[in-house]
Design a protein around this ligand. Structure first.
Ligand code: FES
Length: 154
């Protein structure tokens, strides 16, 4: 169930769009933030507040890779392994995440601190290898730099 603040936020989002369906992407984002992932309950909340069928909301959300459709760790590491990053060591970095943090692609650490998602190009080819942690970009990665970065996240 959404709290009053989140419901008001969804209503405010709705008021900025000509139709409820066009407000779905930001509304789903709010639900994800509030529930931690897009459970059936999260989609029901969006459906109720916007007055859009839940199946429509779920259908829109399911199309986009940035939405989480299963429980994930508190921090999401998105490591690019596409061509530029691969050439500059991304697979070695993925091995490092596995050996030092127990992270495998699609997996979550036992303490729920991190989840790892392997990405296609994230637009930082000139400073590869690159990753995102939550919404922050990190480039020119090395094992030592990853260790420094991840130490900041609890
Ligand atoms: S290939 Fe990794 S950022 Fe483009």
């Amino acid at each position: 169930m959404l709290n009053e603040t989140a419901i008001k936020e969804l209503q405010e989002i709705r008021s900025k769009y000509p139709s409820a369906r066009s407000a779905l992407l930001p509304a789903i984002y709010v639900a994800q933030r509030e529930f931690g992932w897009l459970s059936e309950e999260a989609y029901e909340a969006v459906s109720e507040v916007l007055g859009v069928p839940k199946a429509i909301a779920r259908g829109v959300g399911a199309f986009y890779a940035m939405y989480k459709h299963r429980p994930m760790g508190r921090n999401i590491i998105q490591l690019c392994t596409n061509v530029s990053c691969m050439i500059l060591g991304a697979e070695r970095l993925a091995d490092y995440l596995k050996s030092h943090y127990g992270l495998v692609p699609g997996g979550t650490t036992e303490d729920g601190r991190f989840s790892l998602v392997i990405m296609e190009c994230i637009g930082a080819c000139g400073t590869a290898p690159a990753m995102l942690v939550n919404d922050e970009f990190y480039e020119n990665l090395s094992e030592q730099y990853i260790e420094e970065i991840l130490a900041k996240f609890t």
